[in-house]
Design a protein around this ligand. Structure first.
Ligand code: SF4
Ligand code: SF4
Length: 480
């Protein structure tokens, strides 16, 4: 356990730590591009250079902090005049051929190159010859474009595909100022289910997700903590959407309530700093055409009428069965259990199953169960496979994934759903429910870790929150 000094202050380091790791852990700032806490050390950007004071009157020397192990008693300077000059030179070199097109770059506002440039350089390129041109908008995959002029060849993206996702889908070809990041020609990067993480870890605006391309400046957006419901891993994510104060008044107002992008919310207990591509596509899941109208046998009704009709059906039923949603939050599942758990024979339903072509399960994050809260649902309602008892005369279907052709003959149906579907009009009572981005709650993942999600948008007026709806039905529980 060596102790050493940073800028004259004593710092404790764990055995084997580098100066970079120990400095960051102790709250000292050292800039970096190619270094990443979850990737191997490449040491190629050189911007993390620090000054080490010579021992016994020896000369000071400069070294990169990311690749230098701490040794007992060493004295490091992270912000000396020499260090600032070396970083300035490094940035002048990195920016020699860079287009500095921040005005049209999606990374602006969260770009490490912008930040370090203004901290250590801030001057125009020193190049006296035309900049080397490289490929713009190179289609790296179906999901990602690459601007090679912005790439600083830090190799983070390449190392990610080798060390984290394991696809080995990216490499760097050519040398020097002709270096180009390119995808393997056999399509393995395109098939990498974690490929979009390279967009996050690219320290500059070279790698851009097509979904978010030129969609919004990041300072107009806010990140709401949430949980990906795409599988039982329950990765924690940030859902990015337009800030209230930057609401659009003269363009399509739908943009004010749309998910602009989804990024990982680092969580060592669940997903580390990564998510899979499916988690990035939540806008498509939650952006489907919504059901916003309660229905009684296909005819429009008010929420109050729908509640009344549902209560009547529950009161009359002799053998009611409920298919409980594995997309319900812990709070909603508990509310159902409290209100109706004794009245219904309950079976947990898989709302979603693996889609054709989807990676079903792997060693990194992706789980075969494509539902976020099967753990809590089974804890409360058991794991028995669905089997309608003889005489079932009422079925309450909560959420997606049930084939209505399998309903017992003659049974009445209460259907609680969120999206437009033909089944909505066939149910005796249909109640539209709010979706995850319109409420707060918790999911418990397959390993028993509970994570919370928060509300991003208001729910439409005629849509019910499941938790409140179940409480309204509670008065009929047990009644015959
Ligand atoms: S594309 Fe981005 S992450 Fe990849 S080498 Fe270039 S700068 Fe680094
Ligand atoms: S691994 Fe599962 S929970 Fe995580 S982002 Fe992918 S689909 Fe969502």
């Amino acid at each position: 356990m060596p102790d050493f000094f940073i800028n004259g202050q004593p710092v404790h380091a764990e055995k084997g730590q580098t100066v970079m790791q120990a400095a960051l852990a102790a709250g000292f700032y050292i800039p970096y591009f190619c270094w990443h806490p979850h990737l191997s050390v490449a040491g190629n950007c050189r911007v993390c250079v620090v000054e080490v004071e010579g021992e016994n009157g020896g000369e000071n020397w400069a070294e990169i902090a990311c690749n230098m192990p701490v040794s007992e008693g060493m004295r490091v300077l992270t912000d000396s005049e020499r260090v600032r000059e070396l970083r300035k030179q490094t940035l002048q070199f990195i920016l020699l051929n860079h287009p500095v097109d921040c005005g049209i770059c999606d990374k602006a506002g969260e770009c490490m190159l912008q930040d370090h440039h203004y901290a250590y350089n801030g001057e125009p390129s020193i190049s006296t010859v035309p900049k080397v041109r490289a490929t713009k908008y190179h289609q790296l995959s179906d999901r990602i474009v690459l601007d090679n002029e912005r790439c600083i060849v830090c190799s983070r993206c390449v190392r990610f595909t080798r060390e984290i996702s394991g696809s080995h889908g990216l490499a760097i070809q050519n040398r020097g100022d002709h270096s180009l990041v390119r995808a393997a020609e056999d399509g393995r990067f395109n098939a990498d289910p974690y490929s979009d993480n390279v967009v996050d870890i690219c320290p500059v605006g070279a790698l851009l997700g097509k979904q978010f391309l030129h969609k919004a400046r990041v300072w107009y957006l806010q990140a709401t903590p949430s949980v990906c419901p795409g599988c039982a891993r329950g990765c924690t994510v940030n859902v990015w959407h337009r800030k209230r104060e930057w609401k659009l008044n003269h363009l399509d107002p739908k943009q004010n309530t749309e998910i602009a992008r989804v990024t990982p919310l680092e969580n060592p207990a669940v997903n580390g700093p990564w998510i899979c591509n499916k988690g990035r596509d939540l806008a498509q899941v939650f952006g489907r055409a919504r059901a916003e109208q309660p229905l009684l046998k296909g005819k429009p009704a008010t929420l109050l009428q729908a509640v009344g009709a549902a209560r009547g059906l529950i009161a009359e039923a002799a053998r009611p069965v409920a298919l409980v949603s594995s997309w319900g939050s812990n709070e909603e599942l508990a509310a159902f259990k409290r209100a109706l758990g004794e009245r219904f024979a309950c079976f947990v339903k898989a709302d979603h199953r693996p889609a054709p072509g989807e990676v079903v399960q792997d060693e990194l994050l992706i789980r075969a169960d494509k539902n976020p809260n099967t753990a809590t649902a089974r804890e409360l309602f058991g794991a028995a496979p669905l089997s309608f008892p003889d005489g079932t005369d009422l079925v309450l279907v909560w959420g997606e994934g049930f084939d209505f052709a399998g309903l017992p003959r003659g049974a009445r149906v209460i259907f609680l759903g969120s999206y437009l579907a033909p089944e909505n009009g066939h149910a005796d009572v249909f109640v539209p429910l709010s979706i995850q981005t319109e409420r707060a709650g918790h999911y418990t993942n397959f390993a028993g870790v509970t994570s919370s999600f928060e509300r991003c948008f208001a729910k439409p007026p005629n849509v019910a929150h499941a938790e409140e709806f179940f409480a309204q039905l509670a008065v009929t529980a047990g009644a015959r």
